[in-house]
Structures are given as C-alpha cells and as structure tokens.
Design a protein around this ligand. Sequence first.
Ligand SMILES: [Zn+2]
Length: 228
Amino acid sequence: MVILYELLPINIQCDGAEKMLTQDRPPPIFLGDDTALDFLNSVAVPRATEFEWLESGPDLLDWLVASGLCSEDELCHLRKDAFTADIEQAARDIREFRDSFRAFIQTVSGHPNLLAEHQMIGTINSLLGSGAQYIQIDQAPDISAQAKPLILTSKHQLQSALDLLPRIAAACAYLICNADFRYVRNCEGSGCTMYFQDVSKNHRRRWCSMDVCGNRAKAAAHRKHKKR
Ligand SMILES: [Zn+2]
C-alpha cells in the first residue's frame, strides 16, 4: 500500500549529515511497479497540486538514491560544491529526457510490440553507449514479475554528473526490453499523469493507488448514483 502523505523522511547522507528531503512536498512516489515509470512519475499531480521531485540538482540526487537507481556512496562526491553547476545542468537534461520518454510511453502504452527503429530507442542506445561501464549481478527491479530474482546488469560508473542520465536511460531500456506494454498504463484518475505497469494476476489495475485516485473515483461515482 502506498501512503503519500506520511511524515517527511530523513535522508542520511554519506558525510553523516541528516537532511530533510523536502519541506513542502510529500516523499517521492514509487507506485509504477517499474523504476522507469517511477522516473516518469517524479513529476505528478496526485491531488490537484503538481509536485516536481527533480526540481534542482540536490533533488535529483535525493530521488536517485530514494529510487534505488544509485547508492549514496556512489554519488556522494557529486554533492560537493565543485559539482553544483554540473548537477543542476544534469537535472535540466534529465527533466528534458523525461518529457521525451513520457511522449514515447504515451505512444506505446497499450500496444504489444515495439519497433527497434523508434527514435526514442535510438536516443536511449546513444546514452547507453556513453561513459565507462561495468557488469554486475543485481536484483531484478521487479521481483514479483520475474521467474529469477537475479539479473546481469551493465552499470555506468558515476564519475561525473554526465553519468547520471545514462543510469536512468538503463532503467528505461530495461522497461522497453522486459515489459509487456499492453499492461503499461496511465492511471484512469481524472487529470492523473501517473503511469504504472500492471503486474496484477488479472491485469485489472486501474489506479495509481486507491488512496489517491481509486477512492476519489469511487466517491464521485457514489455521488452521481445518489443524484439519480
Ligand atoms: Zn492516479
């Protein structure tokens, strides 16, 4: 169950300092059942208010750790003042990439097959080919949908802020190669922008979460029924 408006979490950074993730936002939302879809949902309108979790460079680093895409140890050197301008630029580039990826997901969601010549796949392949990489046995991002909980992954080393986008692109590539896009859906909630991969047995998931959109839709249907 996803609770969006719980107490704000404390993020313990590599220098031991405690930092509030945010003063005026709920914690980031991870209900996409896929890391790349959670990346899309890093800007969302859960209850009539838009929240942007990648607003600044430090926001981006916090989100990458919260999502599990990077460990604090891997990117703590990027929190130093010398990298401030670089991570701000990375956040801008990543928000721009997110817009393109959203357009791509809007096009392909609900369809069974993807074509390799799609422009977005070319963009992702270019990003995957950049930077220094290493291979590692890792936990599958979505254990529930996997026969095997372990997968072989290729990771980009996080030497500079430029390496952050390829790390995200790798999560997008994993979705493209492993998801059944018939079950990648936009929440049916009115005005809700959130996407999820429906990994339920009957593939009947309709909402980002019952807590946000499901109960609102139920209440609206109930009011409509009473008016009759
Ligand atoms: Zn929703």
